[in-house]
Design a protein around this ligand. Structure first.
Ligand SMILES: Cc1ncc(C[n+]2csc(CCOP(=O)(O)OP(=O)(O)O)c2C)c(N)n1
Length: 331
């Protein structure tokens, strides 16, 4: 076979492999979120639950181009980042249940959990405070001439905070390898976007810091992926920061105790019609996959992974009181 044909076939095979991994990742994240919401109602989860259901294409698409050694600061709604960066679902579930098998060995809820071995920094209670941390990681990469990048996720509500502006300004001045990702789901708790900012797009703010802002349909995995690959690749090559705003919607309230009465049923329905999973399924079908069979296979794998995660977490003990002061400080 001529070499060019072979290369094309190899590339197509790699793309198919990637598509299937992304499909599995989105389905795993969605089902994990749904299971966590149910477990919360059964009083099995420690602390609040901030569901990211509906926003899976963003975390999946942005994390896909990341490699070992990269740094990512998720927001409180981003348990999908943990799964996308390879954290074991059982360990994540144990973290949510406050068990010894979790990331902080039962010493915290999900909210502040991180896994630095995978470059995942925990979310911060002070919204936006994680952005200067991601910028600090990017500064370290630049100073040490490492080819790593940092990614900082934040909501449109968070984009009104001072920390966010300081982080972006510094990143712009020093041309740091960092991608700022705004998950614009239209509400900051109950505050709608038009009461949050006087401009149309969060992405417009990038101009003030000397880099480019991009807007993309955040429920379309392929659009997110196309931009994240380009912007992360450019940052890795020394091209500096960028701001990617992904327009999306959260299906649940701000947290599970919020019935979200501030929005209409019609609005929710409209966004559900743009659900990221069926959108990606339509693409897979166009690529020639037998969707019915593929869906059955992936659903079965996801169900098994989540069942195993719940079993692992439930079998993991709660921490013993005498461990309370262990592992709190660096040795
Ligand atoms: C500085 C600060 N102000 C307020 C809060 C309370 N709070 C937690 S999440 C949230 C909404 C954040 O909205 P957004 O940034 O758009 O992210 P989303 O929750 O919509 O994903 C608020 C107001 C906080 N944690 N920190």
């Amino acid at each position: 076979m001529p070499e060019a044909v072979l290369t094309e076939a190899t590339q197509e095979a790699a793309r198919t492999e990637r598509d299937l991994q992304l499909y599995y990742a989105m389905k795993l994240i969605r089902s994990f979120e749904e299971r966590v919401s149910r477990l919360h109602r059964q009083n099995k989860i420690l602390g609040g639950v901030y569901s990211g259901a509906g926003q899976e294409a963003i975390v999946t698409g942005v994390c896909a181009p990341l490699v070992e050694g990269d740094f990512v600061a998720p927001l409180h709604r981003d348990l999908g980042v943990f799964l996308a960066r390879g954290v074991d679902p059982g360990v994540l579930m144990a973290q949510l249940m406050g068990r010894v098998g979790g990331l902080s060995r039962g010493k915290d809820s999900f909210l502040h959990a991180g896994d630095l071995s995978r470059g995942v920094f925990g979310a911060t209670s002070m919204l936006g405070a994680s952005l200067p941390v991601a910028v600090g990681a990017a500064l370290k990469f630049q100073l040490k001439r490492e080819k790593q990048v940092a990614v900082a996720f934040f909501g449109e509500g968070t984009s009104s905070r001072g920390d966010v502006h300081e982080a972006m300004n510094f990143a712009g001045v020093r041309k740091l390898p960092v991608l700022f990702v705004c998950e614009n789901n239209r509400y900051a708790f109950s505050t709608p976007i038009e009461k949050q900012m006087a401009i149309e797009d969060v992405a417009q703010r990038a101009q003030a810091y000397g880099f480019q802002g991009y807007v993309c349909p955040g429920n379309d995995l392929l659009s997110v992926l196309e931009l994240s690959e380009r912007l992360i690749g450019r940052a890795r090559q020394g091209g500096g920061p960028a701001l990617l705003e992904c327009k999306t919607y959260r299906y649940h309230g701000h947290s599970e105790h919020d019935p979200a009465l501030y929005r209409t049923k019609e609005e929710l329905l409209e966004w559900e019609s743009r659900d990221p999973i069926p959108q990606f399924e339509r693409y897979l079908e166009r690529k020639g996959h037998d969707l019915k069979r593929l869906r059955e296979e992936v659903d079965a794998r996801v169900r098994a992974a989540i069942q195993a995660a719940v079993e692992f977490a439930e079998q993991s003990p709660l921490p013993a009181p005498q461990e309370a002061l262990e592992g709190l400080y660096a040795p």
